[in-house]
Design a protein around this ligand. Structure first.
Ligand code: BMA
Length: 355
């Protein structure tokens, strides 16, 4: 306990000090209660559409596609830890972990919120997170499995990195667990194995390492219904936020039709998520969403916002603007033909950016 905490507890005041995690939980609950939704963007300070930070040590990390378009940074900054488990210097998308640490710290100092996803490699085959050639991978990392000892080292490296940031973060490991595109996906392990994997991760961080300033986000892919959503839920003790990853996809038909479909799906997902969050007394968020390439000129204000405004979504995160893949972007960038709509989105009263 710190001296400050001791002082706060003294003088007859028995109320324990709020931890950074408590503060973040309260902040997100307040957003939800007030009908506000924080906007987030993956990798925002490290690169954008056709640019990237080269010399992170001497870079103020102020550049951002979102800021260039809207005048403000995203409130939530996402990064991915893929590669940290092997001690890589850069993550799977070539962002240096030292840059990620610096950006996370700066962003919190500026008043923002940080979230980490994790696409770890496949510990059994040596492939990447998308290597689904074996359905024995989760079994292999659980106690008694052939990769258990090695996997503990992976957890250690991930925990070391998160701890080294010194800031509270929203962590959402083992995401999109109902689809079968990651080695921890629906057809690749049983529900019980999945739950053991999630709990083992939580227990290692929380109990073995004492890293308690993490908000744990459970974020299955959407469009599944409440039963499927909860079918792999690790349990209330291990989760702070109920999230959902769901994207608009072009599919057949026009851009307008795709938008209508997405908005309907989103609303039905958020309806059951809201009921579950209320029942389990958890926060809720739209942990990943977006429309790759933003072909819909009014996607932000006419599709996304109307679909989410009536739900207590504490934050939403759109995916990355790849610097080296011109069509792989989920936020507007300066010069993009439909950039005005994202600026209009930022100006809405219920959407929070980082001023
Ligand atoms: C995917 C794509 C990939 C990327 C991965 C992890 O959705 O953006 O290019 O490597 O996320 O960030």
């Amino acid at each position: 306990m710190s001296v400050l905490a001791l002082t706060a507890c003294g003088g007859g005041n028995k109320k324990p000090m709020e931890t950074p995690k408590d503060q973040l939980v309260h902040r997100l609950f307040t957003y939800a209660e007030e009908g506000k939704i924080a906007y987030g963007h993956q990798d925002d300070l490290s690169y954008g559409h056709s640019w990237k930070v080269e010399d992170w040590e001497n870079d103020p990390l102020e550049r951002s596609d979102v800021k260039a378009v809207t005048g403000a940074w995203p409130m939530v900054l996402g990064f991915d830890l893929g590669g940290v488990e092997l001690g890589w210097e850069n993550n799977l998308d070539n962002v240096p972990f030292d840059l990620i640490r610096k950006a996370a710290q700066l962003h919190v100092e500026r008043g923002g919120i940080v979230t980490f996803s994790w696409h770890p490699r496949n510990p059994l085959t040596g492939g990447d997170a998308w290597d689904i050639s074996s359905d024995q991978v989760v079994a292999s990392v659980l106690p008694g499995g052939e990769k258990y000892a090695e996997f503990r080292l992976w957890l250690q490296r991930a925990a070391d990195f998160i701890e080294s940031t010194g800031v509270p973060v929203i962590f959402r490991p083992w995401h999109e667990n109902l689809g079968s595109w990651f080695w921890w996906g629906g057809k690749l392990c049983t529900a019980q194995q999945y739950q053991e994997l999630y709990r083992m991760t939580w227990l290692y961080f929380t109990k073995e390492r004492g890293i308690t300033d993490i908000l744990w986000c459970y974020s299955p892919n959407g469009d599944c219904g409440p039963e499927a959503y909860m079918s792999r839920y690790p349990g209330g003790e291990f989760v702070d936020i109920l999230g959902i990853d769901t994207y608009e996809s072009a599919g057949a038909g026009s851009v307008e039709e795709a938008g209508v479909r997405y908005a309907e799906e989103l609303k039905s997902n958020l309806t059951y998520l809201n009921a579950l969050a209320t029942e389990h007394e958890k926060l809720m968020c739209l942990s990943e969403t977006g429309l790759e390439g933003l072909a819909d000129p009014t996607w932000w204000t006419a599709t996304l916002e109307p679909a989410i405004r009536d739900y207590p979504v504490s934050y939403l995160l759109t995916w990355r603007n790849a610097w080296d893949r011109p069509g792989h972007f989920y936020a507007a960038w300066p010069g993009f033909e439909h950039e005005a709509d994202m600026k209009a989105f930022r100006e809405l009263d219920n959407i929070l950016f980082l001023e």
